[in-house]
Write a protein that binds this ligand. Structure first.
Ligand code: NAD
Length: 486
């Protein structure tokens, strides 16, 4: 580790942040955070108990009324200052993510830009929360439709985008006037701890944002979700955990937003611009080392161009540089842990057993860190696990189709529905695919779709609710209708 890295790590708080104070966990318990590129312990931080979780909720509940009553402009200004502070600390945030999560530094910088945009976007949306006023059809009454903050909200975020998943929830909640308890993933808690300091500097009052870090996610989360004072649960993570949390939230009929897993099809038609499709494939597959919910999981390529497409992506993949994300030119960092490497190995092994061919890669790397080679497998047959499950690693799996109906059938043949990528030069076909694909989002001739101004979210088992766009703030607003005699 370099001195600038250790200096940065020393500036990351190691305690819980509750009611505007940094505080030790119950019994001073701690958990360790590691660098996945080396396996080294990089920081020891507070490990919250269920009682700590409730303390954080107490603070959010106590702060709710005053925060909900602040002028929208005041909330907007705070978020805008937070955006500016993120720009000032862009390098720190990026390096921190690279160290704790493993993504290449250039991508971490990209995440700071993307994540920061939610602060700017929702600072702009905070002042546009509107209502309606009108006469009822009978002419006997006047109706007022107004919007109000949902109330104290609990956020659970994943390790793969430690910064953006936090801002994508915190920014709309604060804009709407909600207070927050956030529990980042235990594998990557440092980015959120660092970021909350910027929120405080931006003027977020005590109790409005509280952070708990814990190695016992389920034990700490369950009592918060069961507490009748909580009004909203927003989760980003895997579908099985999301299903459990929805069940827990049902008890209190909580409002929920669920950003869950994906199994994105990447469909390349015979009329596609192949240069564009290859470019799109590289980013849709290998961004974040393949560990994105939006990662292209199944490359469904027309049989007449599959050979050429596979040859071109293989050339690109063979030239990718693997290493610690801080090194110059690295495109593929480590996977998050041993389990992720084992999963990639298992999925490739199963595909090969059923007849697929490995064109590039196909192995875990020996030595320190949890690395898996960027890989291309072709001729993947129906029924292979790699087509059903989220790969969450740098493995590009190619299967083929003969006509448009088959492409649609294959693309929709999954319980997920987060994002789909389609490459075609035929405009009418592009529009047909918008209608026919069961998906919350679609990239038409493009491999990255995320944008703070767009509604991010899935259908089917990929989730409910939307983050970002005009829709995002409504996840944190309740609609109230009032009638007044005319
Ligand atoms: P995960 O579900 O294992 O964990 C996500 C978070 O939930 C972590 O903070 C974890 O500590 C917590 N958690 C785990 N079990 C819990 C429980 N029983 N009760 C309460 N909290 C619990 O997911 P992950 O491995 O961190 O992230 C990868 C998954 O997230 C992938 O499936 C990916 O597709 C999904 N994801 C989705 C989106 C999206 O926007 N749709 C974005 C990023 C990641």
């Amino acid at each position: 580790m370099t001195t600038s890295e250790s200096d940065l790590l020393a500036r990351v708080p190691s305690q819980l942040f509750i009611d505007g104070q940094w505080t030790d966990a119950d019994g001073s318990r701690t958990l360790v955070v590691r660098d996945p590129a080396t396996g080294e312990v990089i920081r020891e931080i507070a490990d919250a108990s269920p009682a700590d979780g409730i303390r954080a909720l107490d603070a959010a509940v106590a702060a709710q009324e005053a925060w909900g009553a602040t002028a929208p402009r005041e909330r907007s200004d705070i978020l805008r200052r937070a955006f500016d502070l993120v720009q000032e600390h862009k390098e720190d945030l990026a390096l921190l993510m690279t160290i704790e999560m493993g993504k290449p530094l250039a991508e971490a910088r990209g995440e700071v830009v993307y994540g920061g945009e939610f602060l700017r976007w929702f600072s702009e949306e905070a002042v546009r929360i509107s209502g309606r006023y009108g006469l009822n059809p009978e002419g006997t009454g006047r109706t007022i439709v107004s919007q109000h903050p949902v109330g104290p909200s609990f956020f659970i975020t994943p390790w793969n985008f430690p910064f953006a998943m936090a801002t994508r929830k915190i920014a709309p909640a604060l804009a709407a006037g909600c207070t927050v308890v956030i529990k980042p993933a235990e594998l990557t808690p440092l980015t959120t701890l660092f970021f909350v300091q910027l929120l405080v500097e931006a003027g977020v009052p005590a109790g409005v944002v509280n952070v708990i870090t814990t190695s016992s996610s389920s034990d700490v989360s369950a009592p918060i979700i069961a507490d009748p004072r909580l009004r909203k649960l927003s989760f980003t993570g895997s579908t099985p955990v999301g299903q459990k949390l929805i069940a827990q939230a049902a008890e209190g009929v909580l409002r929920v937003s669920m950003e869950l897993g994906g199994n994105a099809p990447f469909v390349v038609f015979e009329d596609a611009d192949l240069d564009r499709a290859v470019e799109g494939a590289m980013v849709a597959k290998f961004r974040n080392i393949g560990q994105a919910c939006t990662a292209a999981n199944r490359f469904i390529v027309h049989e007449s161009v599959a050979e050429e497409f596979a040859r071109r992506v293989s050339e690109r993949v063979a030239a990718m540089k693997v290493g610690r994300g801080t090194e110059d030119g690295v495109q593929i960092g480590p996977l998050i842990d041993d389990r992720a490497v084992a999963k990639a190995q298992e999925l490739v092994g199963d595909a090969v057993e059923r007849g697929a061919r490995v064109l590039v890669g196909g192995h875990a790397l020996e030595g320190a860190g949890t690395f898996y080679e960027p890989t291309v497998v072709k001729d993947v047959v129906a029924g292979s696990a790699i087509l059903r499950e989220e790969i969450f690693g740098p493995v590009l799996a190619i299967t083929t189709f003969a006509d448009e109906d088959e492409a649609v059938r294959l693309a929709n043949d999954t319980e997920y529905g987060l994002v789909s990528y389609v490459f075609t030069s035929d405009l009418a076909r592009g529009h047909r695919m918008i209608d026919r694909l069961e998906t919350g989002m679609m990239g038409l001739n493009v491999g990255v779709i995320s944008n703070a101004a767009a509604p991010f979210g899935g259908v089917k088992q990929s989730g409910v609710g939307r983050e970002g766009g005009l829709e995002g703030i409504h996840e944190y607003l309740n609609v109230k209708y009032t009638l007044i005699p005319a």
